[in-house]
Ligand binder design. Structure first.
Ligand code: HEC
Length: 97
């Protein structure tokens, strides 16, 4: 019983850690073009960045764009680990939360 409890606590801690990392990653790598609210900075809009909060793309498609870039968007392959790309894509897919 105690073991199960410990596992549950460890899991929930890991969960919050991931969310915090994803938010920090988004701040560091994406805000310049997509803005804090995901609707696009002035610079990003000029380049054609879409509103990330109304995106229909799946998490996998988002990860693919982050990894390989699209249009004027930078590719992050080699600049972010696969785990980081996964985390930030999940963050975008869940409405930047
Ligand atoms: C240099 C500016 C720039 C940065 C930095 C940037 N983006 Fe983008 N992003 C764009 C532009 C421009 C587009 C539109 C691309 C197109 O459709 O031509 C775009 C499109 C997207 C899309 C939509 C893809 C689709 O399916 O149409 C997603 C999702 C996205 N970006 C996520 C991110 C994430 C997450 C980050 C940070 C890891 C990021 N972007 C960093 C400029 C940027």
């Amino acid at each position: 019983m105690r073991k199960i409890l410990f596992a549950a606590v460890a899991l929930s801690l890991a969960g919050t850690g991931l969310a915090a990392d994803a938010a920090a990653l988004y701040q560091a790598k994406c805000v310049a073009c997509h803005a804090k609210d995901g609707k696009g900075s002035a610079v990003g809009k000029k380049m054609g960045a879409p509103d990330l909060t109304t995106l229909k793309a799946s998490e996998k498609e988002i990860a693919n764009v982050v990894e390989n870039g699209k249009g004027k968007m930078t590719a992050f392959k080699g600049k972010m680990s696969p785990d980081e790309i996964q985390a930030v894509s999940k963050y975008v897919k869940s409405g930047l939360k």
